[in-house]
Each structure stands twice: as structure tokens, then as C-alpha cells.
Design a protein. Sequence first.
Length: 202
Amino acid sequence: MNRSSSGRSAAPSKGRAQAPTKGASSGKASGRVAPTAVPGTPPVRQAPPVQWDESTWLAAIPPVLDAVGLSLSAVQQGQLAKYMGLLSHWNATYNLTALRSAPDMLSHHLADCLAVLRPLMAHQDAVTAAAAGRGDAAVPIKLLDVGSGGGLPGVVLAICCPGLHVSCVDTVGKKAAFIRQVAAELRLPHLRGGDQNPQKLI
């Protein structure tokens, strides 16, 4: 006897599959259209990073110095321009920094490094004055840049503070080798690059 006439729904028979509920995976679209690639459409290519030569870097540095209230000699500005040119040139090969475009490197790398110079120079002057007041010989200040990568900020500080003894340390040997090359080309005797344990350099 069929009991469905009593108002109760008849229970599904054992072994018979139930119809899929709305929204369940049933092979029909649920309102969302999956993205499909248009045949023949070429891939989107990003524009190559902007590269500057040394003269362009040299022209871009004075406004940054004015913005942070610093004055550097023509030799130091030339060293900064050459260093940024080397960093930009070898960046693609050694992966020295995540930024590739010269304007970004100017605003995010060089400007940030130069911003710490004034307090560092004030500290140097205070240490020198204190040593002179005690009648002691001036002791060079040592700075350890751990995880230096392409030399930021270590190389910039070594250029702007020639009396500062800077050690740039990075676990990647090719990055440490780049620092040593920069020290040789820019004639920075107090700049060192290494990939050893930082505690051995203190």
C-alpha cells in the first residue's frame, strides 16, 4: 500500500541515489564562470626596469642630499653614483636587491640609507670629542652590517663616513664577493665584505 497519500513523504528506497541538492556539484554551472584563456592572445609582458648610467645617477643624487640635509664632496657623490651603477648592473645576475628599476632604487634604497647619516655623524663627533677630552687617541668606530645583500646601507655609510670601519656580512657568497669588488673599485680601504659568522667580526 502506498502511504504517500497520508501527507508523509515516502522514504527513498534503499540503494537508490538521491537527487543532488541545489548548489551541490552536479556538473552544472553554479553561477560562476571559470576564466578561460582566449586562444591566440599573447601573454602580458611587463616593461623592462629603468636603467641609469653613472652620469644619470650623479645628476639624481644632489636633490636627495638636499632633501635629507646632507653635504657630500664631489668625490663622494661620484662614488655613490658609481656604486649605484654597479648595483643596478649586477643586480640581475646576483639578485642583490628585490628592486630593479633605478628610480625605485633611488627613493627606496639610496635615500633611506642617506637618512641615517646625520645621527651617525653626530655619534662619530661625540665619540671623537669624548676621546679628545680624556686625552685618548681616537678609536675608529666599527659598524657591522648583517644581511647586507648588495651593501645597503653598509657601502653607502662607508662612502659617506670614510673613517668608519664597515663590515658587510651576508651568507650568500656572491653577494659578499660583490661588496669586496665594490671596495676595490671605489678604493674604500675600511670596507670589508664576508660571508662568515658575524660574531667573528665583532
